[in-house]
Design a protein around this ligand. Structure first.
Ligand SMILES: [Zn+2]
Length: 349
């Protein structure tokens, strides 16, 4: 039985289990335990999951490679892992709060790490310092979309930011794929590949107990970032994201959702619909704004209420371009490049 609370303001119902204390775990379903791990940023925590397996645990995601993160693991090793040692580490996707400590933990616990082929490829790529030409191309990409001053997100563009909080590339023993199943202590989990927030992003689904580990694909209180860039392999990430959401919305409505940020909840269908509606609203706002030709940068004030700087500006630009490109590829906006290389989007005639 799941005790859930009904919150009038939201169509989802949070699981009535308090977040675990630092260094501790909380049971959220049979054989599934929750770790709340500190992050030294605006988003102040990430949820990690331990699944019972072979007298120990499968760990889903790892936390950011910072002193705070390593200290949190040292505490967990004494208080939790002594009784349920790690058997395997699984990464949902490449982002540093998920993959950051994988190599460090693999070195300490001598366990295999699993991640999708795309996740491995992208981590390897991001850990490799960029050449001056590659950095210049990234700057040029944002200039072409109307950002005059890149100063405040230079470290995000060069990859320095990623390398500072990721402990290295773990050795990947297996690349789980869409539809593949795995059994841990008799519980059958199925991998779902859900692109859009990150290429190669994996969710883990247990249909009979109705549990879904969503990584960053579905979060209860914030909309996961969906960004387009000139160097991503997915040219239409918003389309990928909306398609992935549709699939998840079809799962059993009583499914317990275990997101990477926020609290576990029931209401996958409702939350998927809310997130979809949020993006459709943004698309409508952009169509309206692009009655006059606009650069992506000029549309930020339409999509976001506050003035953005640094990493937030970087994410917001990626999000704006993802939406504009979605509309351009659907033939609803025209992409116009002037002789200085500036790209503007305008309502298609
Ligand atoms: Zn992420």
């Amino acid at each position: 039985m799941r005790a859930v609370s009904d919150l009038a303001s939201t169509p989802i119902s949070y699981l009535q289990v308090p977040p675990p204390e630092p260094g501790g775990i909380a049971r959220v379903s049979d054989g599934v335990h929750w770790i709340r791990f500190p992050l030294p940023m605006d988003l102040d925590h990430i949820n990690l999951w331990l699944l019972d397996h072979d007298g120990g645990s499968v760990l889903i995601d790892t936390g950011l490679a910072t002193d705070i993160g390593r200290a949190a693991w040292e505490r967990l090793e004494q208080q939790v892992l002594a009784a349920r040692p790690l058997r395997l580490i699984v990464l949902t996707h490449l982002h540093p709060d998920h993959a950051g400590l994988a190599a460090w933990l693999q070195g300490r616990h001598r366990v295999p790490v699993w991640a999708s082929r795309e996740t491995e490829r992208q981590i390897r790529q991001l850990l490799e310092p960029l050449t001056d030409e590659q950095i210049a191309a990234r700057h040029a990409f944002f200039h072409s979309h109307g950002v005059a001053d890149l100063g405040s997100f230079g470290a995000s563009l060069s990859g320095e930011r990623y390398r500072a909080v990721v402990s290295g590339l773990p050795q990947i023993a297996h690349h789980p794929q869409e539809g593949e199943e795995v059994s841990w202590d008799g519980t059958r989990w199925r991998w779902l590949e859900t692109d859009g927030h990150a290429t190669g992003h994996l969710c883990l689904h247990e249909p009979s107990r109705r549990v879904l580990i969503t990584g960053d694909q579905i979060l209860p209180a914030i909309s996961p970032n969906v960004s387009a860039s000139g160097w991503s392999t997915d040219a239409n990430p918003l389309d990928s994201y909306l398609r992935s959401l549709e699939r998840l919305a079809d799962l059993d409505p009583a499914t317990l959702v275990l997101p990477s940020h926020g609290r576990p909840f029931v209401g996958v269908r409702e939350r998927a619909h809310e997130l979809r509606a949020h993006h459709l609203r943004h698309l409508d706002q952009l169509l309206e704004a692009c009655r006059e030709p606009r650069t992506a940068s000029e549309t930020l004030r339409v999509l976001f209420k506050r003035t953005l700087v640094g990493f937030h500006l970087y994410l917001a630009m990626g999000e704006a371009i993802a939406h504009l490109e979605y509309l351009a590829r659907a033939g609803r906006l025209a992409r116009i490049t002037d002789d200085r290389g500036t790209i503007r989007y305008a309502r298609a005639a």
